[in-house]
Write a protein that binds this ligand. Structure first.
Ligand code: NAD
Ligand code: ZN
Length: 359
């Protein structure tokens, strides 16, 4: 397992496995056994994996309950959290109990927020089942829910006690959702590891076929990079903002498309815009710029959109909460695998990047 620092000298493990069998041992190793467990999951994941996880956990749990909510971002709100609290109370979960987030990023964010706030905070573990949640959202300790149209507006930093990935769960994931996870993988490589970016592009075929060894290598590297960034900057005062590469314009597109495009797809579009701005500044060569487009295309991610206006995207981009005193914190690329935060990107530069993603 990969060991990730939590607070000070406290570490938690991330497991990369081919099944659920080792979950019980992982729980014992962290001393989390013989507690009252609540599995939190959604209506797509529950029929696929909840029974198996329940069975694997039964030898190490004093009691197991399951809370299942309607799959989708629409459920990531305080209403669902309130329903979760009620189940936790009914099932008599106490300060020593354990929440198990079984599902994608929506489940992880919501269950993690429930764990962070129920009884002022109880332990939870992440069992991420989407590529996006395995490479991104299950690591880093950000939890939270949306408030009406405002994404992740209410939340808490709460680190899991362990993260357990069963890579076989990716076999049931719809191709579009897999592609979304790849958007974050490509982003991760572009932030700080050019060799990794090249590896992911070169092994495209096998990765798409879900070759276990390659997936493990890829997901592990993403977790390592994210954990490293988060460890050095847990509360996003500096370096952690690099993880927003492609997200500034990406979020604007996501919002304007009324969430009809998936997050990872918008990240890909945002990466292209950020790459174009970097190209215009001479920070990327034309060849590197083309490699970024090819990376997205080879993983069936969109690189442009139709039906939006540049001015609207610019306005939405500038409304982003990552603004600091009116200055936009924009992440630029420098070569494949280099990135930095820049506060001098002008509206004109943003517009040129945005033009590149419009058809
Ligand atoms: P998701 O949880 O909605 O999962 C996508 C879809 O796949 C859902 O319909 C889900 O039911 C289904 N699914 C999950 N696992 C499956 C499986 N193995 N087989 C078949 N179907 C499966 O979305 P996501 O893309 O995993 O995560 C997106 C969420 O993560 C967003 O809410 C975003 O804000 C959040 N996020 C959080 C962080 C963080 O740091 N906390 C980082 C990035 C994203
Ligand atoms: Zn993202």
């Amino acid at each position: 397992a990969l060991q990730v620092r939590r607070n000070g000298d406290f570490y938690y493990p991330i497991y990369f496995e081919d099944g659920f069998e080792k979950l019980a041992d992982a729980i014992r190793t962290e001393g989390l056994e013989n507690r009252n467990f609540c599995i939190v999951t959604d209506t797509n994941v529950a029929p696929l994996y909840a029974a198996e996880v329940q069975k694997v956990l039964s030898p190490v749990a004093s009691k197991i309950s399951v809370f299942t909510f309607e799959a989708g971002e629409k459920s990531k709100n305080l209403n669902t959290v309130q329903q979760l609290y009620k189940v936790l109370i009914e099932e008599k979960l106490d300060r020593k109990s354990l929440i198990i987030a079984l599902g994608g990023g929506v489940v992880g964010d919501l269950a993690g927020f429930g764990a962070a706030t129920y009884l002022r905070g109880i332990d939870f573990i992440q069992v991420p089942t989407t590529l996006l949640s395995q490479v991104d959202s299950s690591v880093g300790g950000k939890t939270g829910v949306d408030l009406e149209q405002y994404k992740n507006m209410v939340g808490a930093f709460h680190q899991p006690r362990l993260v357990y990935m069963n890579l076989h769960t990716l076999r049931s994931l719809p191709a579009e959702q897999f592609a979304c996870g790849m958007g974050e993988v490509l982003k991760t490589g572009l932030i700080c590891d050019g060799d990794f970016y090249q590896f992911v592009c070169a092994e495209q075929e096998k990765i798409q076929q879900l070759d276990t060894a390659l997936l493990k290598k890829m997901i592990r590297r993403c977790c390592e990079i994210k954990a490293g960034v988060v460890e050095r900057d847990p509360k996003e005062q500096g370096e952690r903002a690099l993880l927003n590469l492609g997200h500034t314009i990406g979020h604007a597109v996501e919002k304007l498309m009324d969430f009809k495009l998936l997050h990872g797809q918008c990240v890909a579009i945002g990466l292209i815009a950020a790459a174009k701005i970097s190209l215009n500044r001479g920070l990327l060569t034309e060849k590197e710029y083309q490699q970024i487009i090819q990376g997205c295309e080879s993983y069936r991610l969109p690189t442009y959109i139709e039906g939006l206006h540049a001015g609207d995207i610019l306005a939405a981009t500038k409304k982003d909460k990552k603004m600091e005193q009116g200055q936009i914190k924009f992440v630029l690329m420098k070569g494949l695998g280099g990135s930095f935060i820049d506060r001098t990107v002008t509206d004109q530069e943003l517009l040129e990047g945005i033009q590149e993603i419009l058809r």
